[in-house]
Design a protein around this ligand. Structure first.
Ligand code: THU
Length: 130
């Protein structure tokens, strides 16, 4: 399955009654497997989770931790960029040159990389003792 197809399909299941902004995300890992997730909102707004977080949780639950490509889609005028928190979540499992494709349901897309989305990212290497 292509990442776009997976992201489009999972977006249909997004639970977004408050924002009405349904998002789908799909990840391909280095092993070639695809994991997807959608946003899940909550009446207690801060408890909602992003599509990217759902896809990452599915990936880790399946025993995979190395992302090769990310695809995010929403029904909007502009391609949907991952929020700041999701940039950090993606960076935990992806090298800087990993492509992130952002798309709209209507077919607009733009592409960037993990490093461009989160320059100077805090990572595990900063926690090493000196
Ligand atoms: N959202 C995502 O799921 N991913 C993004 O990259 C941007 C924002 C969700 C969170 C919330 O449910 C809705 O979109 C509006 O912010």
């Amino acid at each position: 399955m292509t990442l776009e197809k997976a992201a489009r399909a999972v977006r249909e299941n997004a639970y977004a009654p408050y924002s009405r902004y349904k998002v789908g995300a799909a990840i391909r890992t280095v092993s070639g497997k695809v994991f997807s997730g959608c946003n899940v909102e909550n009446a207690a707004y801060p408890e909602g989770t992003c599509a990217e977080a759902g896809a990452i949780a599915a990936m880790v639950a399946a025993g995979e931790i190395e992302i090769a490509e990310v695809f995010v889609i929403a029904d909007a005028h502009m391609p949907v960029p991952p929020c700041g928190g999701c940039r950090q979540k993606i960076a935990e499992f992806a090298k800087g040159d990993v492509p992130v494709v952002m798309a709209t349901v209507a077919g607009r897309r733009s592409e960037t990389t993990v490093a461009d989305l989160l320059p100077g990212a805090f990572g595990r290497e900063h926690m090493d003792g000196d």
